[in-house]
Design a protein around this ligand. Sequence first.
Ligand code: PMV
Length: 347
Amino acid sequence: GQVDEGKVTYRSPSNIALVKYWGKKEHQIPANPSISFTLESCATTTTVSFTKLKSKAKDYSFELSFEGKPKEDFKPKIEVFFNRIEPYLPFLKEYHFIIETSNSFPHSSGIASSASGMSALALCLMHLEMELQPDLTIEYFNQKASFLARLGSGSACRSIEGPLVQWGKHETVGSTDLFGIRYPYKVHPVFQEYHDTILLVDKGQKQVSSTVGHDLMHNHPFAEQRFAQAHENLTKLRTVFENGDVETFIQIVESEALTLHAMMMTSLPYFILMKSNTLEIINTIWAFRKKTGTPVCFTLDAGANVHVLFPKAEKEKVDRFIADELVVFCENGQYICDSVGYGAKKL
Ligand code: PMV
């Protein structure tokens, strides 16, 4: 079809990896498969307005605003993204785009917005692709949106659907390196309603970008064992998800978080991204779990903030525990209550 102008808005969530993606090959192909919970509250909302140009431009033509203000310093990232996806969206230079974006979480919370941001933008661009080719199916739409999001930021490909998304080739799940798929096996109700309270330990800029981090897995002394372990953990998770085995879930998820940080501590150069309050929180969670038997655990991203994961049924108990014992370790006492979500939505 012919599309002269239009406007679309998508709200796309963040996600939290249970088995971590850390290490990649060329073209954003992951070195190992990963799986994440899609989140509900932490999200980016992006509106893209598009107008067809009189003739194809030489460069990409777009304006960018973040939370209502022009955002020049973000433009190079978008340029790189457009360059990577243009082979799959050949119309990019035929339109002028106005991209308006905002996050549901505080700007400098130390929460990465690349997953939600890149997936929201990919979805808006897919909307235009769909208008140009109205016969595309919804499966194709989701797969290609995830495929494009991956080229923006690897983990972004896990934000299109929910509650659990697997990305990366794995011997028993029919998943692929090219895009994320909704977890295809049985998921016990306990994992369909999991909660994630994000404790903001350090809201500062990350010392290491994930790009640098992924690169440090090349020639890393433990890389091969780590990649093999991710495969094994995903195999184990299949029965865990099916049976609602929260105990084994906790063991796998905490081990994954510590392994991610162990990889950073043993690369060259080496990094410690945890802060002392990260460790205080981990020890306090362990003591509480031992004392009360409450199935609460933690996971970490490539930063100091702690994600506290627990079943919905434990919400009241864990909320009280967080308020009484963990808030003291948060910067300005800040934390975000989130839970598992079902993916991006067109608004
Ligand atoms: O999507 P990237 O390139 O920012 O990498 C994300 C890496 C981790 O958040 C540390 C792990 C993951 O699987 O999300």
